[in-house]
Design a protein around this ligand. Structure first.
Ligand code: BG6
Length: 446
């Protein structure tokens, strides 16, 4: 069996440089991909293989501080580039010709990786299908955000569905592929002591945060059209919420996991704009072309779930750029009918990956003073193995045909339905947009 062909649209973009190219380098240099794997880097502008290879080296150096020449040589063997205008059918003719040539000895699996904004999907997908590049062995990897709101997500789903079967479609949410995020469901399934407590009778609040110290970097145009709500909440945080609160699936098959997630997300109540907070860091307007931009770089939502199991549990999703630190965590706060202090369970997704259980204990001494103390499990102390990078996992799972760590069509629609009321209000004007200082904790909370 020959190795796959990975065709990357938008190979020179920011996401590709930060995540995808280093992941491809690692997989090839560690022999995790067949040695005859082929990568076709597609770009609208002229791009030589040598130039792309130099970019790979730079990106790997930036990420790891070291780039192994042997690993880079493997990338060189796999890599070629193709200039393509997504609106020009004859460029797709050239792509098809190239792919047919690579099929000479064996038919290869193909992975079309869309590292471009969803607004650019239409001509690419239409042209791929028109050239027969949608038969069963072709898979489509789509980056988030999948759409701009409920309506556009619906249209996009139709477009993609008209060309590819759901089993060929991989909607990426790389947070699901993080080792620590995978442990949320595994933890719930294999630690039955927590099962009876997993409901509104015992859980006061579930707070999920993805705070970033990075600002918008080189993605001004993309970010200004996207904002924090679409960039992180619609995808990553909603997915983390689903795996934290959904009913435990009957088994760990991709189908059962998607069914459970979709059922949970479909019963979230639409977000109330009056409970939503948005902020923008000082100086943002000078980083983007629209000097009057009211795009939020910080968002905080309060949600409710309609089921009896979760009615009354507060749900908070929070994200922001240019904050004091990078941290992603899920904090589950348990009720305590006897006193103010509460137990909590924290899944530290990144960095310092681990799980902590907050207890209330007596301070040593004559008085009966209580205080918080934590039981902590840290990945780095317990496991010698290095964690697999999320993008490496995304690529490997897509090549293996395992959709468990991707988002389904139902999940995508359900998340936009929850966010639409807030998006509608926020799109209108900058009312309530709170400025905050770069490197701070975000807008002041009441
Ligand atoms: C991406 C967002 O999906 O996730 C970026 O578009 C964000 O804005 C990134 O910086 C964060 O990913 P990670 O894995 O570095 O936490």
């Amino acid at each position: 069996m020959s190795g796959p062909v990975i065709i990357v649209f938008g190979i020179t973009g920011d996401l590709s440089k930060r995540k995808l190219l280093p992941a491809l380098y690692h997989l090839l240099s560690q022999d995790l991909l067949p040695s005859d794997t082929q990568i076709i880097g597609i770009s609208r502008r002229p791009l030589t293989t040598e130039k792309l290879l130099a970019t790979v080296e730079l990106c790997v150096l930036e990420k790891d501080n070291i780039c192994d020449p042997e690993g880079l040589a493997r990338v060189r063997n796999a890599l070629q580039t193709l200039q393509l205008d997504p609106k020009n059918p004859s460029d797709f003719e050239a792509l098809k010709h190239l792919l047919d040539k690579l099929d000479q000895t064996h038919k290869r699996e193909r992975l079309f990786y869309m590292s471009v904004p969803a607004s650019a999907y239409d001509p690419i997908i239409t042209n791929l299908a028109a050239h027969g590049l949608n038969e069963q062995r072709n898979r489509l990897l789509l980056e988030k955000p999948f759409g701009h709101n409920l309506k556009s997500a619906g249209q996009l789903l139709k477009l993609v569905d008209s060309a590819y079967h759901e089993s060929q479609i991989y909607r990426i949410d790389h947070y699901l592929a993080k080792e620590t995020a995978q442990n949320v469901l595994a933890f719930r399934m294999h630690n039955p002591i927590f099962m009876p407590l997993w409901n509104a009778e015992h859980i006061q609040c579930i707070h999920i945060r993805a705070l970033e110290a990075l600002s918008i970097e080189e993605r001004a145009d993309f970010y200004d059209q996207t904002g924090a709500l679409r960039d992180l909440i619609q995808s990553h945080l909603m997915q983390l919420l689903a795996i934290t609160m959904m009913d435990i699936p009957a088994d760990t098959s991709s189908h059962a996991i998607h069914r459970s997630k979709a059922m949970f997300l479909e019963q979230l109540l639409p977000a109330d704009p009056a409970e939503a907070v948005r902020g923008q860091y000082d100086g943002y307007k000078s980083e983007v072309t629209d000097a009057g931009s009211h795009t939020e770089t910080y968002a905080r939502l309060q949600l409710e779930h309609a089921t009896e199991r979760w009615q009354g549990t507060e749900i908070i999703l929070e994200t922001g750029k240019a904050l004091s630190e990078k941290t992603t965590d899920i904090v589950i706060e348990f009720k305590n009918p006897r006193e103010r202090r509460r137990n909590n369970l924290t899944f530290q997704i990144q960095p310092n990956e681990g799980i902590g259980l907050g207890l209330v204990v007596k301070e040593p001494g004559f008085e009966n003073h209580m205080r918080h103390a934590a039981l902590e499990f840290s990945y780095s102390q317990v496991f010698a193995e290095q964690q697999i990078d999320a993008y490496e996992r995304v690529l490997m799972d897509a090549l293996r045909g395992d959709q468990a760590l991707f988002a389904s069509d139902r999940e995508v629609l359900a998340t936009w339905r929850v966010l639409d009321p807030v998006l509608e209000v926020w799109n209108k004007n900058d009312h309530g947009l709170q400025p905050y200082v770069k490197g701070s904790e975000g807008p002041p909370q009441d």
